[in-house]
Design a protein around this ligand. Sequence first.
Ligand SMILES: [Zn+2]
Length: 208
Amino acid sequence: MATRYEIPFRLFFIGRRAVRRRVYSGGMKRIDIRDGQTVSAMGKNFTISVSDGAGKSSRARTENDTVNILLAEGIDGRQKNKHVSLLARKAISKSVMPDLAAKVDGINARHFCFGLSRLGLKDQKGRWGSYSKGTNSIYLNFRLLFAPEDVLDYVIVHELAHIKELNHSRNFWRLVENAMPDYKEKRKWLRKNGAALGPSIAPKPPQS
Ligand SMILES: [Zn+2]
């Protein structure tokens, strides 16, 4: 059976007050996505298009590969950057989720055949993925969408292995190694390069 997936947040009701200040640990950079930027994730190029709105909450709608963000009334400056980054991240997560779920199902079928109930993408600070036994869910860090594919695969293997072993015991690492014999290289890559992972900012094209 295919894994169900979900976006763990509401997309359309992000009021001004709901956007909280976040503390980023692990040296991870804040996810910054801007108007006019093109964000490449899982083989798709998303263009971010922002316009001023008159509603109470900012919202996003994805059409083809354009993420259209309509800002709430009176949002500007830093507040605007926050809303744009947050809504773009959620819209992109939603768009890539079917492909990501297919990837997780494929890796699971190839190496483990464990039962998994849910998959989600989160803006996690200081961790690349998590497995919750209670809900039988795996959450992956949104930043992994910008990592080399084999690094993303490693984190998926790692979290899937936690379904069987809820620890980092020798048995756990044996499961990981059987599925991915060169997993240590991917771990090393993440340690060295992970903190800088994110959607890079391209300059906004000139207005015509
Ligand atoms: Zn772990």
